[in-house]
Design a binder for this molecule. Structure first.
Ligand code: GDP
Length: 425
């Protein structure tokens, strides 16, 4: 039995989707435990290239049960569209279970996300406008709606009416938009209830049985450590926890059930969205790295926005691994660095004239300047390597550097976006 949390050590887009798709072959369950359809997990396999937003990346294996856990922001329309698009592209209908405790992303959550970014103008946070921040605000303000509540007509109407009392004040008076009607929303949610019905189940119970039977579970994180609301670069964070510690909660498993925390990091840094990014490269150097990472989709899978890129940030990654409690690392996109004579790596920050190797809280990250050391490059194409022994010495040294700097053993190396371009060290 293995319960592995596959989580991001950085800002997201580390290649978690690829790693989950690879590892899912030997798993019984793949679970999304947080976030919603704002994810963009790229998977390239025999069926083609896919950007999964809400569905777990185990959907390409007919034997895997793909679970939407209680911690997820469930956008039912997005779920249905994504499922349809897979089937239309000849992927066999996957097995799916949706927690009856998951909460429903309401149509107005997306509206509020959009209106708020509009209101903020230049101060906006770069939301994907998938309704995530309004969803989690409502969940913790206890005006959210659980999936199970969709199937009790009176309860549904009462919950919607209760929420709209607040929502309509904001719509009309803060955003100057038309109010919403209880009847319209109840009707839409009743349609959505039918769409999701075949998949709804008590997934907490399902996992209790699975653990007893020694089944293997992959917990698929979205975004990474530095986007966590508690540990990340708040307020440039997401609205649900991206940390492996939360995986147990958001999936509905005991914390001690997790046997491995596999943190995923790119061999360089990339980030979509706003916030301090210490090793960011601008100008020609940045353009080149983004272009070289072209196959690595250096344009956000969800947003199409160009990703910000920079050299490997050992300070941020060490911290990212520590808050994840990483027991193993996967280093992806190593192939992308093959064009460089020398590779700068950020090993410390200079903040107000002081050198530190600790990743500080956001107010200080804003002031940090990178301190680089340089590693020799390998100047070759390593995308067909299938073992450590196939790599040039310089690339092996680079992996050792990642291990030394983070204090975590590199277990997997990825040298291309395809499933088979992955090997164990
Ligand atoms: P996720 O959100 O963590 O799943 O990551 P994304 O899918 O948003 O971004 C990772 C990008 O890198 C995707 O375009 C992947 O196809 C690509 N990718 C993953 N691993 C590798 C790799 O080892 N080499 C290259 N060149 N691309 C990779």
């Amino acid at each position: 039995m293995a319960v592995i949390a596959v989580v991001g050590a950085n800002w997201g887009d580390e290649g978690k989707g690829k790693m989950v798709d690879y590892l899912a072959e030997n798993s019984h369950f793949v679970v999304r435990f947080q976030g919603g359809s704002n994810a963009g997990h790229t998977v390239i396999n025999d069926y083609g290239k896919f950007a999964l937003h809400l569905l777990p990346s185990g959907v390409f294996y007919p034997g895997v049960v793909n679970v939407i856990g209680p911690g997820v922001a469930l956008d039912i329309r997005a779920f249905a569209e994504e499922l349809d698009s897979l089937v239309q592209r000849s992927v066999p209908m996957p097995k799916i279970a949706v927690s009856d405790r998951a909460q429903v992303l309401m149509p107005y959550h997306k509206m509020f996300d959009e209106y708020e970014e509009e209101r903020l103008g230049a101060r906006q946070f770069g939301s994907t406008k998938s309704g995530i921040a309004p969803f989690y605000s409502d969940k913790y303000a206890k005006i959210g709606l659980q999936v199970s509540e969709l199937y009790d007509k009176d309860l549904l109407r009462a919950r919607v009416a209760h929420a709209l009392e607040i929502k309509n004040v904001l719509l009309e008076h803060l955003y100057h938009k038309p109010a919403l009607k209880v009847d319209d929303l109840v009707e839409e949610l009743s349609v959505q209830a039918e769409i999701i019905k075949p998949y709804v189940t008590d997934t907490t119970r399902l996992f209790a049985d699975a653990l007893k039977a020694g089944k293997s579970i992959l917990l698929e994180g979205q975004l990474g450590s530095l986007r966590d609301p508690d540990h990340g670069i708040y307020p440039y964070s997401t609205s649900s926890s991206t940390i492996a510690g939360y995986a147990a909660i958001g999936a509905g498993l005991p914390p001690y059930a997790i046997t491995e925390v596999l943190a995923v990091t790119k061999a360089y840094s990339s980030c979509v969205g706003a916030g301090p990014f210490v090793t960011e490269l601008t100008g020609e150097e940045g353009e080149e790295l983004r272009r070289r990472g072209g196959d690595a989709g250096e344009y956000g899978a969800k947003t199409g926005r160009p990703r910000r890129v920079g050299w490997f940030d050992a300070v941020a990654t060490r911290y990212g691994c520590a808050v994840q409690g990483a027991t193993a690392l996967a280093v992806t996109n190593l192939d992308v660095l093959g064009y460089l004579e020398n590779i700068p790596v950020c090993v410390a920050y200079e903040i107000d004239g002081r050198i530190t190797s600790d990743f500080p809280a956001t107010a200080l990250v804003r002031k940090a300047k990178p301190v680089f050391k340089t590693m020799p490059g390998w100047k070759s194409d390593i995308s067909s390597a299938r073992s450590l022994g196939d790599l040039p010495q310089e690339a092996r040294d680079y992996i050792e550097m990642v291990e030394r700097e983070t204090g975590v053993k590199v277990k997997w190396v990825s040298v291309g976006p395809r499933r088979e371009q992955t090997f164990r060290t």
